[in-house]
Design a protein around this ligand. Structure first.
Ligand code: HEC
Length: 117
């Protein structure tokens, strides 16, 4: 009998998990146009308008990097898991949606670092 109860609560947890994924998925639909707008306003100053022409050779090229990686990097700066005074300050100004949009935008640009799929 306790087996049955366990099964039921598991079923509800699975359902709740599916719902949470659905909600998160909806909120995360990245908008490349909005990403570009923000990038032009803020990020282009250092990373270049095309994400390939940083103002200093030590600044990374963002164009064509994987969206997952860019998103991860920005969240890491935001939470100080990746420590950098410049990017830490930049990332802390960004919302979750900004990060998704910026990552999608830079990932969509032709990069020089990797082959395009
Ligand atoms: C004032 C200059 C400056 C501005 C503005 C700036 N960045 Fe950066 N960015 C840097 C520097 C310097 C690094 C390298 C930091 C390090 O070594 O971790 C960097 C690194 C990054 C990285 C990590 C790239 C990699 O290959 O790991 C990402 C992603 C990034 N920036 C995104 C952005 C976005 C998005 C914006 C706009 C919201 C932005 N940056 C604005 C200077 C800047």
């Amino acid at each position: 009998m306790s087996d049955l109860r366990f099964f039921r609560s598991g079923g509800i947890a699975a359902l709740a998990g599916t719902f949470a994924l659905f909600v998160a998925g909806g909120a995360q639909a990245a908008d490349i146009a909005q990403g570009k707008e923000k990038a032009d306003q803020v990020c282009a100053a250092c990373h270049g308008k095309d994400g390939n022409t940083p103002i200093d050779p030590s600044y990374p090229r963002l164009a064509g990097q994987h969206g997952d990686y860019l998103r991860h990097a920005l969240r890491a700066y935001q939470t100080d898991q990746r420590k950098n005074p410049i990017m830490g300050a930049q990332a802390k100004q960004l919302s979750r949606a900004d990060i998704d949009n910026l990552a999608a935008f830079y990932a969509s640009l032709p990069g020089q670092l990797s082959h395009q799929r």
